[in-house]
Design a protein around this ligand. Structure first.
Ligand code: DC
Length: 230
């Protein structure tokens, strides 16, 4: 079973997807981490858009990205980059480089492979991102689109950054999300949107456990339907 969870930054995708994967014993795949790894290496090499588009595509093609610890850590060859890829600068540049169709083709293939391996090993995979239900796995059995009010999303992001010692305020967090939303929703290739058959879950004011329970209910319904058809 593939469970596709999409939504804007700060909607609660990572927390939810991890918890759903744990609940069912499935593999967890954080697809944003892979785009972030490409952005990190491109930034470290001083590459910029639009001038260095060809070099950034080459980085995506040649980068030895590995996702370990059931999706909890991201590696580039022997380097654990799990913390480095979470900075606000990397987040912004990631949303720029992820508009490049050639980068997406390479990364989507890797995501499909990782998810299939996880499915084979654990019986299912939970993927979170922006285009999982529309592009990466349009045939996913379960499609969830998470939403939350912009203020709620910015507050969550602010808390995350403060925990990491970043000095940002709420206005900066709101601006960061607004700029990313605009690019993620407005891009030509694989824009962020819900699939027609997605279940939309608003995460404002409800606990992670409640969100997980709503998703588990959708999964149970789908499994029942599948069994009834056999
Ligand atoms: O989920 P995240 O915040 O780690 O994602 C970082 C950026 O990566 C996001 O702004 C857009 C891009 N992304 C994408 O284009 N497609 C995905 N499936 C996941 C992330």
């Amino acid at each position: 079973m593939i469970i596709a969870i999409d939504g804007p930054a700060g909607a609660g995708k990572s927390t939810t997807a991890r918890a759903v994967a744990k609940y069912f014993g499935f593999a967890y795949v954080d697809t944003g981490a892979m785009y972030r790894a490409v952005a990190l290496v491109a930034l470290e090499a001083g590459l910029k858009l639009p001038d260095d588009e060809a070099s950034i595509i080459e980085v995506a093609r040649s980068l030895p990205i590995a996702i370990r610890d059931n999706g909890q850590s991201t590696w580039i060859g022997p380097r654990n980059v799990s913390t480095l890829i979470r900075s606000p600068e990397v987040a912004q540049f990631t949303s720029q480089i992820s508009t490049l169709p050639e980068v997406r083709v390479v990364i989507v293939e890797k995501q499909q492979q990782i998810a299939r391996d996880g499915e084979a090993e654990c019986g299912g995979a939970v993927l979170e991102g922006r285009d999982i239900q529309t592009v990466v796995f349009p045939e996913a059995e379960v499609k969830i689109f998470l939403t939350a009010d912009p203020r709620t999303r910015a507050s969550r992001r602010l808390i995350e950054w403060q925990h990491k010692g970043e000095s940002v305020d709420l206005a900066a967090a709101e601006e960061e999300l607004r700029a990313r939303d605009e690019r993620d929703i407005g891009r030509d290739t694989s824009p962020l949107r819900a699939a027609e058959d997605a279940v939309v879950v608003a995460t404002d004011g409800i606990s992670c456990d409640e969100v997980v329970e709503q998703i588990a209910q959708v999964v149970r319904e789908k499994t029942k339907i599948k069994k009834a058809k056999i």
